[in-house]
Ligand binder design. Structure first.
Ligand SMILES: CCCCCCCCC/C=C/C(=O)SCCNC(=O)CCNC(=O)[C@H](O)C(C)(C)COP(=O)(O)OP(=O)(O)OC[C@H]1O[C@@H](n2cnc3c(N)ncnc32)[C@H](O)[C@@H]1OP(=O)(O)O
Length: 299
């Protein structure tokens, strides 16, 4: 995979902390060495705190954190690296630039390219989903901005969603608004969180929900002031990490495996289906019109 070479990660100890702890009636002072390891590439910043076992992953793909082939490839490689790191038990996923969590799939990757490119792109989208939805880590989305379509999917893959309390930020699977269709595994991910009836309506209408609306029906779990999103994510993470890993992981797998297996057993057919759908003239036209609308809105 050519993009493998694009990953330029470096591990660098950053900071030492000292901590203290109470033990029954006596105060035990313990010198705790907390090293924060940073490993980043040009699209993803990761800081792993070895004391807590929590990694904060910040998406950094300006201007809108769209999920391009390069971005998705680096995302999956980074996630795999954290997954295999025994010192990492939890992942907080957020955006390096507030206001936009992620604009979803990069529409330019789905316009005017070859069938081969579409196939490669879709495999990378599948890979991201399989890795994030199937992660053994505790995953928390710290949604610090708007999160349409693929951005919403990423948040939905996490175990818990905290969103900035700002009605200007919206989240949802809006695919039909672009004249495209959320595939079955996007649909399943949403309906596993909010239920079939709500998903059925939201997906048909391609609805984007302002943060307060999203909270009402459980698309996100908690709203907090913008400046508290990261700290709240850290404290929720600490609670989740009090549960023994093996028990939580088996439970998570029990809840999600049926959904991931549906794609695992149909990956090639799903790619074929995507390629034949996206190469249709009418779909290409819809995407072009949508991009044009985005540009005009900006003007
Ligand atoms: C049967 C089943 C088979 C399978 C069928 C197929 C299934 C496909 C599933 C698809 C899943 C998806 O995620 S589809 C993607 C859906 N995403 C969206 O609809 C998001 C659209 N974007 C927005 O709403 C907004 O841009 C938003 C993210 C809120 C940010 O608003 P702002 O005002 O801050 O910024 P803007 O000025 O709009 O955008 C800045 C620039 O980024 C570009 N841009 C914005 N979103 C972009 C995007 N997703 N991809 C590329 N480029 C994007 C804009 O065009 C601008 O480009 P310049 O003008 O050049 O600067």
């Amino acid at each position: 995979m050519a993009a493998l070479g694009a990953l330029r990660s470096c591990w660098a100890p950053a900071r030492l902390l000292t901590g203290s702890a109470h033990h029954s009636n006596r105060l035990v002072l313990c010198q705790q060495t907390s090293i924060k390891r940073h490993f980043s590439n040009n699209k993803i910043l990761v800081e792993l705190d070895e004391a807590t076992g929590v990694a904060v992953m910040k998406m950094k793909n300006p201007p809108v954190n769209s999920l391009s082939l390069d971005f998705l490839t680096e995302f999956s490689i980074t996630l795999e690296k954290l997954e295999m790191d025994r010192g990492c038990r939890g992942l907080i996923l957020t955006s390096a630039s507030p206001k936009i969590f992620s604009a979803g799939l990069d529409i330019m990757e789905m316009c005017g390219k070859s069938a081969e490119h579409y196939g490669e792109f879709w495999r990378a989208v599948q890979e991201m989903w399989l890795k994030l939805y199937g992660s053994n880590m505790v995953t928390i989305a710290a949604i610090n901005g708007s999160s349409p379509a693929g951005g919403c999917l990423m948040a939905l893959c996490c175990d818990y969603r905290i969103m900035a309390d700002n009605p200007k930020y919206a989240i949802g699977l809006n695919e039909t608004q672009l004249g495209i269709v959320a595939p079955f595994w996007f649909k399943d991910t949403m309906s596993n969180v909010v239920g079939n009836r709500v998903t059925e309506q939201a997906l048909q209408l391609g609805q984007m929900f302002p943060a307060p609306e999203a909270l009402k029906f459980g698309l996100v779990d908690q709203l907090v002031p913008e400046e508290k999103v990261q700290s709240t994510a850290a404290s929720v993470m600490a609670q989740w990490l009090t549960v023994p890993d093996h028990a939580r992981q088996i439970t998570k797998s029990m809840m999600r495996k049926q959904t991931t297996d549906k794609l695992v057993n149909n990956r090639e057919a799903d790619i074929k289906n995507f390629v034949s759908f996206i190469t249709r003239d009418s779909i290409q036209k819809s995407l072009q019109v949508y991009m044009e609308r985005l540009r005009q809105r900006k003007q």
